[in-house]
Ligand binder design. Structure first.
Ligand SMILES: NC(=O)c1ccc[n+]([C@@H]2O[C@H](COP(=O)([O-])OP(=O)(O)OC[C@H]3O[C@@H](n4cnc5c(N)ncnc54)[C@H](O)[C@@H]3O)[C@@H](O)[C@H]2O)c1
Length: 337
């Protein structure tokens, strides 16, 4: 039905057309995110817990959008998903999605760009402090009854005045520098894609040569994506030029460090220690030599598992889908394919 307006504009009347979108929540998500869909009559959702390729091929074709944690969305799965318009990553990395397929089929990729930087930056500092203060070793000695006797064999140090190189100066690198500055550390930034002015405005010192940075750093924290350029960036020959007291932290992606060569370098005392949240193969394989190396501390890709961050990520993952269909999504949440 059409109502003829006196000035000539034809205005359609009648009930508004409601478009119902179906959202697949792969692996589940924080309840705070689910609540956004529960209260919205434009959306139906289903949680898909069985993430086997077979089940995804069976289930996903029915959905307009999906959320995604660590499961793999290969072209083999995606080719069955003819209705799919958007994938909303619960996180910022997206090496588990076939980007070529998304581009060719006009499927948008959304990320939770603002939700996790603080938790990851705090995780880096937790690892640095745990290693430099020998938290685990002291705890163990006290429990064994060695209240003072072994203290002189445990090496600890301050962060004050020490040099850290932050490699990759995006959201997490920027959250980390603020925290390092509060410990009065000297911060060098290696990121060929960020200009000196931006780095200076955060109180950092831009360095152009990664190798030169390695030679003087007491700490190295990695915050870049895994690409063909960054794969095996930390290998034996680079570990060899580092200081013997150096500590490396990787909360970015497994594969940026060559794990076998790191294990060798730690055993030979080329560097002091390492803290790893991410691994080449996840879950970490039982045969990985780093599991037996006491110079390394490990966490199960859990840097974002804080209460605050999981809630924020759940909300942002779903809000991105709603904003996408409402055509008001923030550009920083969409990956340019
Ligand atoms: N452990 C976790 O749970 C967790 C959580 C969030 C993010 N991450 C990972 O942390 C990393 C950083 O995340 P972010 O949100 O800060 O990303 P971001 O995109 O905001 O920043 C990445 C930065 O890396 C820089 N970069 C790219 N290639 C580089 C190279 N070859 N050398 C140096 N710098 C380079 C880019 O210029 C950019 O500034 C990513 O790998 C992401 O997947 C891990």
């Amino acid at each position: 039905m059409v109502f003829n307006h006196p000035i000539g504009v034809r205005i359609p009347v009648g009930p508004p057309i409601i478009i119902m979108y179906k959202i697949a929540i792969i692996e589940g998500i924080h309840q705070d995110g689910i609540k956004l869909l529960k209260n919205n009559s434009n959306y139906k959702y289903e949680i898909i817990e069985d993430t086997s390729e077979k089940n995804l091929i069976n289930k996903l074709p029915d959905f307009d959008a999906c959320t995604l944690k660590i499961s793999k969305l290969s072209s083999k799965v995606l080719t069955h998903c003819k209705k799919l318009k958007a994938i909303s990553r619960h996180g910022v990395g997206y090496d588990n999605v076939d980007l070529k397929y998304l581009k060719e089929n006009n499927i948008s990729l959304l990320i939770t760009a603002t939700a996790n930087a603080v938790s990851v930056a705090e995780h880096v500092l937790a690892m640095i402090l745990s290693i430099t203060k020998s938290v685990n070793k002291y705890d163990n000695e006290v429990r064994l009854g060695n209240f003072k006797s072994n203290s002189d064999q445990i090496i600890t140090c301050e962060l004050y005045n020490k040099e850290i190189m932050i490699a990759g100066f995006g959201r997490i690198g920027k959250a980390l520098i603020k925290r390092c500055k509060s410990f009065e550390m000297k911060v060098n930034i290696y990121d060929p894609y960020v200009d000196e002015k931006t780095i200076k405005s955060f109180g950092g010192n831009k360095i152009d040569s990664f190798e030169e940075g390695l030679k003087t750093s007491d700490f190295l924290s990695l915050h870049m994506p895994l690409t063909t350029e960054t794969k095996n960036l930390i290998n034996y020959s680079r570990l060899k030029i580092m200081k013997k007291n150096a500590v490396i932290i990787n909360t970015a992606r497994g594969g940026i460090i060559n794990e076998v060569e790191l294990d060798k370098a730690l055993n030979e005392g080329l560097i002091f220690g390492a803290g790893l949240d991410v691994f080449e193969k996840e879950p970490i394989e039982k045969t990985n030599p780093l599991l037996k190396n006491t110079r390394v501390i490990l966490s199960p890709h859990s840097a974002t598992f804080t209460n605050e961050c999981t809630s924020r990520m759940g909300i942002e993952t779903i809000k991105n889908i709603i904003d996408f269909f409402d055509k008001k999504i923030d550009k920083s949440m969409i990956i340019k394919l």
